[in-house]
Design a protein around this ligand. Structure first.
Ligand code: FAD
Length: 478
């Protein structure tokens, strides 16, 4: 079926606007509860905040400091559900070393007490203290001058773009119409206008969810031009540098009593960041500045020595429920509001708790008998009995297992007849050409950037696709 026909002439129970993790999670949950769903995304799936996070599935040590024990406990529960049932191929345990330097902002007992409580909420058996030798084994580039001691706790990491895509895929497998490059341009009492491939389609829907993250208020104003601003935006920048292959833990770097930054071994590189600065303009006006990159590298250097070459940088915009106060202190809770025609807008929240947010959204929509049990996403089941159709080196096999789980053989199937598809897409990255084909044929990729930035990890090599848009997240330092 064509893209326009997928939307035209059908009355949907639910139209989800926005293909980030929140919209994707809502579509997954709604289809699991029998709803007929359409999801439309203006750019590519996960092209905004949901591929620009710190990639952590975490309880949030910071929230503990803010006294929000409930939020931390819930997030740990979600982390366990994601690691064990929902996406064990995409969400992996990661220890964190918290170095305490002589001139650091925290008293060591304060951090160790916090880490002990955090680990108790995580149901982890970590005693919160680690010797310098062990810290160095975990993080070979850890700076040890002035190191008083280190604390140790555990969270998890993921590939945020692919986690979003797995939710889109789950919804599509259950019959949802999912369209990227399809923008909502007007909201009506019985649906919305969607611009698809140059044509405006009137989509009929019983309910509408606005999950457009930084664009939330813009879409609210499509329903009610006088809608008052409800959110604030804070820009968070990350840098990708060479290194991290021999790290088996991340580093949490404290900068003042509230703020920390991270150095995270991620997909064979080092992910450094993030910043937290109020963004006053339109979402599209945000940029990574030289100052952002300099700050991140300086802050990382507090605890990490010999940082490698910078390969890329990108920004994301945090959505903070409106109100006064510094952005680093602002609570990352989710706020639900209803518009004049009944559109439900979902603001704020974390990648980690997306499932819970999606289920709460269904509750808000009046769906009854909500099943809160974790469900495996496509690729999550049968990880221990995969029948590989071709020979692969261990690194490629591990990489495909991580990105696709038990769907990896489906990705490899065309390579049985065409071994050239087993060749790397770029030198130095484990991605192979079969993934490009799969991205275009089965994962809705339409541009090179969709393939290299969000379906594979090719962009981490620092390569730039021909069709990257000016100022896109792809360009280092843009
Ligand atoms: C710097 C940073 C670091 C973070 N780190 C973490 C972390 O480590 N762990 C964690 O749990 N959380 C983290 N978060 C939070 C998490 O990333 C976000 O909560 C989450 O990605 C938000 O997803 P979303 O779907 O609401 O928004 P988005 O991913 O921004 O999706 C909204 C989508 O709506 C689309 N859209 C807009 N207008 C329209 C329209 N008219 N029609 C159709 N589509 C439209 C946009 O194109 C966009 O793709 C971080 C956030 C930031 C900014």
């Amino acid at each position: 079926m064509g893209r326009i026909e997928a939307l035209d002439g059908t009355r949907f129970d639910l139209l989800v606007i926005g293909g980030g993790i929140i919209g994707a999670g809502i579509a997954e949950a709604a289809t699991a509860h029998g709803l007929k769903v359409a999801l439309v995304e203006r750019g590519d799936f996960a092209s905004a905040t949901s591929s620009a996070s710190s990639k952590l599935i975490h309880g949030g040590l910071r929230y503990l400091q803010m006294g929000d024990i409930r939020l931390v406990r819930e997030a740990h529960q979600e982390r366990r559900a994601l690691m064990s049932v929902v996406a064990p191929h995409l969400v992996h345990r990661l220890p964190f070393v918290f170095p305490l330097y002589d001139n650091g902002p925290h008293r060591p007992w304060f951090v160790r007490t916090g880490v002990l409580l955090y680990s108790a909420l995580a149901r982890a058996k970590l005693n919160g203290r680690v010797s310098e030798q062990r810290a160095l084994r975990l993080v070979p580039q850890l700076r040890t001058e002035g190191l008083h001691s280190s604390a140790l706790y555990a969270d998890a990491w993921t590939n945020d773009g692919r986690l979003t895509l797995a939710n889109i895929r789950a919804a599509a497998d259950r019959g949802a119409a999912v369209l990227n490059y399809a923008e909502v341009t007007a909201i009506h009492a019985d649906g919305a206008d969607v611009l698809v491939d140059g044509e405006t389609i009137r989509v009929q829907a019983g309910a509408i969810v606005n999950a457009t993250g930084p664009w939330l208020d813009r879409v609210r104003r499509l329903e009610d031009p006088d809608a008052a601003p409800s959110i604030r935006l804070s820009k968070g920048v990350h840098v990708i540098a060479d290194g991290g292959e021999d790290w088996s833990a991340a580093v949490t770097i404290p900068h003042d009593k509230v703020r920390v930054s991270f150095a995270i071994p991620w997909e064979g590189k080092l992910l450094l960041g993030t910043t937290d600065t109020l963004h006053d303009g339109e979402p599209e006006d945000a940029r990574v500045t030289d100052d952002d990159v300099r700050t991140i590298l300086e802050e990382a250097a507090v605890a990490v020595r010999d940082i490698g070459e910078v390969r890329a940088s990108f920004y994301g915009l945090r959505v903070l429920p409106g109100g006064p106060g510094a952005t680093a202190n602002a609570r990352r809770e989710t706020v639900y509001t209803r518009g004049a025609y009944g559109m439900l807008s979902v603001a704020g929240g974390k990648l980690t708790t997306y499932r819970r947010i999606a289920l709460d959204a269904l509750e808000q929509l009046g769906v009854s008998n909500i099943d809160r049990k974790p469900r495996p996403l496509p690729g999550a089941g049968g990880l221990d009995r995969i029948d590989w159709p071709v020979e692969l080196d261990p690194a490629t096999r591990l990489h495909l297992l991580h990105l696709y789980g038990s769907l990896a053989p489906e990705v490899l199937a065309p390579a049985v007849d065409d071994p050239s598809l087993l060749e790397p897409i770029v030198p130095g990255r484990p991605d192979i050409r079969a993934q490009e084909l799969y991205a275009r044929d089965h994962e809705w990729a339409r541009t090179d950037e969709d393939v290299y930035r969000r379906r594979t990890t090719v962009w981490l090599a620092g390569a730039e696709p021909d069709d990257a848009e000016p100022g896109s997240l792809f360009k280092p330092g843009s």
